[in-house]
Design a protein around this ligand. Structure first.
Ligand code: PHE
Ligand code: ZN
Length: 867
């Protein structure tokens, strides 16, 4: 019997911006929630009983968000009510200070292709609620500052869904009618609805235990399809390592009796930190050395750690509103980086972190989508899960630790967790704790939260007898909505290296650059000095230093800070590559060959570092440093240098390759991973220098491969040498791993990452393969993400690469707006590209915008990209 029927769809009106400064505390709080799910993929009934309390002295009604919900009934304090909707929200008039509001809605998980709310993935029912997915499950004030205690009853067919999970602790389970069963779960910790989760499916558990620092026993479970169980061992180890690390490093102990992780193959992002029930993309859970590369395995550990760390930085202390996203994400990325540094080689980790920042965040900060780590406005919050909020956010936390010192930093986090436990707070609250615990003044430092754009620091070392003066100047570029900037507080670790002795003649010190221009003097410097600056990447800035002849070469060969040494090598390569790209002439390769040769021959450098140091800066990084680049020219010059290295250093490369082949395939130690990394890097350069020799070597490496690291790197080299050369290995790879979707993703990604204009045709063929589907985000990213991330393939002079991507975005948007929107940014980089192609990129964006029924997600990014 239905007394009320209403159907709500996403609003069709032009999207409007939501502004940070308009924040208002919630009118109603919801201390208790009782949910009942009658689970069925086609038709799930959700009954919600909310205890609501008026927040403050106002007379406004209760407003509940809802999206694609069919409302069956509404009751207030047990009495039936007519439903009233305003601006897509369910409005409930209430007279007293408190009430019980009950709704009954129907949803259709199997039709949910957006993967937000309750959806089906490979026979598993699961949820994704961050940021605003809970409103697709039931009517609720869907905002992070409404914290509730949840009691959840799940009922489903026992044969199809033998496992029923929710947040918190299990309370009861039993049989129900018609072959069904039920489970009751309770989460004692009040939480915002974005951390709500349930899972139902035919899952097997890798079960383990962890004893916390106060001696409590926690049951750990990683839930996957039966066939995947053997691939959960590494994730389980990472989970236990993370729990111990957070106790040791931050004094944070786990708080529930259970910690569950579930892996699903359809997922918009990497993983989600739902309280006590993390849900992961299979990609970040399932791994073994035969099917996952070392990089994949490291990523599994980092993501497991990241989601686990959210239990404190995100869940116990959460965000007041979505503008504060970096409060939890920047801090949690910084925490997972610390974990990875402690578990592996800190220097190599740091190089990787900076490489990611430069590849993903610097371009964002320099383009039309630039925003501060704490944005001021958004149309669709899903678009703000960005490298800026995450990775630059982590750099901002790191700078605070650098400025305060580790001890005061830890006092600050202790204060933060203690003072704000159970609250929804702001970035400002975090900084205030840092200030209070340390006594430091972070007023100017706060500009890192409000000003977008990567600062440029110009540095010049002036030497007059007996002393040296470092002249620094900073500039923060204009970004959309922020034409003029104030000088930032920039912590720069600096040392001076003797030009003759090669030793540190002024030991490392922390220089705070706080004004537009500033000079710092060093006493007792009586030999010519070279400048080692921004060591360890102490600030996320672009340094432009005036270099003396031979300075960069000397630092690349011997800076005592290994990160700075890596940086000097990159600076040297960038200098010579850019000179050739802009002059149109050949590259002067002498300095590069000397530096790469010395690195390869070094007896002291570790192999992983060598692999990083001999890699040329990426084409997109070079493009970012140019004014209106021709991507074909950038590619040609970079290839010329790779060829030159492969030819001139063939012996050194071969020797390093052979030595690196000694890596133990069964070992995941840092040393063995480093060797495999060096082997891949040297193979690629050998193949660039001598394609025929390289083809033979790569084929043999492929045939003899015992790990995915060896196999995948060989396959990539073969694919770059041409379709005929790669055909045999590609066929073998497909046949061998046909039943493993994560490996088949690699098969797509490798072929879509081949440089050159011919790749588009291959991508189109791949798109019509039966194994291709747009509804699986991993598969779509493997094809479209890889293609758009390969500049010489994507930037075809005829613009057909842009047209292809635009069509994919429009088609994918109809299924899954969040994932579709992720592919818009590459088209928005047109300001960096020569005018012929740039016009075609704008054309593609315009065509996207002309499409009727575009999602808010794609509309926001495409319109801002043109703007
Ligand atoms: N909060 C998740 C994380 O960073 C990311 C995420 C956002 C996942 C939105 C899904 C949806 O850990
Ligand atoms: Zn996170």
């Amino acid at each position: 019997m239905l007394d009320i029927r209403a159907s709500l769809d996403a609003p069709a009106a032009a999207p409007t911006a939501i502004r940070r400064e308009d924040y208002q505390a919630p009118d109603w709080l919801v201390p208790e929630v009782e949910l009942k799910f009658g689970l069925d993929p086609a038709r799930t009934v959700v009954t919600a009983r909310l205890t609501v309390k008026r927040n403050g002295g106002h007379d406004r009604p209760l407003e509940l968000d809802g999206e694609e919900l069919e409302l069956l009934s509404l009751k207030v304090d047990g009495e039936k009510r007519e439903a009233r909707f305003e601006d897509g929200r369910l409005v409930v008039d209430l007279t007293g200070a408190a009430a019980t509001v009950e709704t009954e809605v129907v949803i259709a998980p199997e039709k949910n292709s957006q993967l937000m709310g309750l959806y089906a993935s490979g026979g598993i029912l699961c949820t994704q609620c961050e940021a605003e997915g809970f409103r697709r499950i039931t009517f609720f004030p869907d905002r992070p500052d409404v914290l509730s205690r949840y009691r959840v009853r799940l009922e489903a067919d026992k044969a199809r869904f033998p496992v029923l999970l929710a947040n918190g602790n299990p309370v009861e389970e039993g049989e129900a009618e018609d072959g069904k069963h039920f489970a009751l779960w309770e989460d004692p910790f009040p939480k915002p609805c974005y951390l709500f989760a349930i899972v139902a499916g035919d899952l097997q558990c890798n079960a383990d235990r962890f004893t916390t620092m106060s001696g409590r026993e926690v049951e750990l479970g990683i839930w996957v399809r039966e066939a995947d169980l053997p691939k959960t061992r590494l994730a389980m180890q990472a989970l236990k390592d993370s729990m111990a690390w957070d106790e040791r490093t931050y004094g944070r102990e786990y708080d529930l009796d259970r910690f569950n992780i579930v892996a699903v193959s359809d997922f918009n992002f990497g993983a989600m930190e739902n309280k006590g029930l993390n849900i992961f993309n299979t990609r970040y859970v399932l791994a073994d050395p035969e099917t996952a590369s070392d990089g994949d395995i490291d990523a599994v550990a980092a993501v497991v750690a990241h989601e686990y760390f959210h239990n404190w930085s995100g869940n116990r202390v959460t965000c007041r509103d979505w503008f504060q996203l970096s409060l939890k994400e920047g801090l949690t990325v910084f925490r997972d980086q610390g974990f990875s540094e402690d578990m592996g080689s800190a220097a190599v980790q740091r190089i990787d972190q900076v490489r990611t920042l430069r590849a993903a965040q610097f371009p964002e900060d320099a383009g039309p989508l630039a925003h501060p780590i704490r944005p001021d406005s958004y149309m669709e919050i899903a678009n703000f899960y960005t490298a800026t909020v995450y990775n630059k956010g982590a750099e901002v936390i790191r700078m605070m630790r650098t400025i305060l010192g580790s001890e005061a930093y830890r006092k600050g986090t202790d204060l933060y967790f203690e003072r704000h436990d159970g609250q929804a707070v702001t970035c400002e609250d975090f900084v205030a704790c840092m200030e209070e615990a340390s006594g430091a003044d972070l007023r100017q430092f706060r500009l890192w939260y409000s000003q977008a754009g990567t600062p440029t620091v110009r540095a010049r070392l002036e030497q007059v007898d007996g002393g040296a003066t470092l002249h620094l100047a900073q500039e923060v570029p204009p970004t959309p909505g922020q034409p003029a900037k104030q000088p930032m507080a920039i912590p720069l670790k600096v040392a001076l290296i003797g030009a003759d002795s090669g030793r540190e003649i002024a030991g490392e010190r922390l220089v705070m650059l706080e004004r537009a221009e500033q000079s710092i003097s060093f006493a007792g410097i009586d030999e010519p000095a070279f400048l080692s600056i921004n060591r360890g990447f102490s600030a996320p800035v672009i340094v432009e230093a005036d270099r003396k002849p031979g300075e960069i070469e000397a630092l690349a060969a011997g800076d005592s800070d290994s990160f700075a040494r890596f940086e000097a090598g990159q600076e040297l390569m960038i200098r010579d590559l850019l000179a050739a790209i802009t002059s149109g002439g050949p590259v002067a390769t002498d300095a590069i060959l000397t530096a790469v040769g010395a690195t390869l021959r070094s007896q002291s450098l570790d192999p992983a570092f060598k692999a990083d140091a001999i890699a040329l800066p990426s084409e997109s990084l070079l493009t970012d440093k140019l004014d209106r680049a021709d991507p074909a020219r950038v590619h040609a010059v970079r290839e010329e240098v790779r060829r030159a290295i492969g030819n001139a250093l063939k012996d050194d490369l071969s020797r390093a390759y052979t030595q690196a082949s000694a890596a133990d395939p069964a070992s995941l130690s840092g040393a063995d991973k480093g060797l495999r990394r060096l082997r891949a890097a040297t193979l690629a350069l050998l193949a660039a220098g001598d394609p025929q020799f390289g083809a033979g070597l790569a084929q043999r490496q492929y045939d003899e491969a015992r790990t995915m690291t060896e196999r995948q790197s060989a396959l990539m080299v073969l694919a770059m040498l041409g379709p005929d050369i790669a055909a045999k290995a590609l066929d073998d790879f497909y046949a061998r791993f046909e039943d493993d979707p994560l490996v088949i993703d690699k098969w797509f990604a490798v072929q879509a990452s081949v440089p050159g204009e011919a790749t588009l045709a291959a991508v189109e063929r791949l798109q019509s393969q039966p194994a291709f589907t747009m509804s699986n985000p991993n598969r779509l990213r493997a094809l479209a993400g890889s293609f758009a991330g390969t500049p010489s393939a994507f930037h075809r002079a005829d613009g057909l690469g842009y047209d292809w991507l635009a069509e994919v975005i429009v088609a994918a948007d109809k299924l899954n707006p969040q994932t579709a929107a992720r592919f818009v940014a590459p088209l928005g980089r047109w300001r960096k590209i020569e005018e012929g192609r740039a016009a075609k990129m704008r054309g593609a964006l315009q065509r996207i915008l002309g499409e009727p029924g575009l999602s808010k997600d794609v509309f926001e990014l495409a319109s801002k990209s043109l703007g």
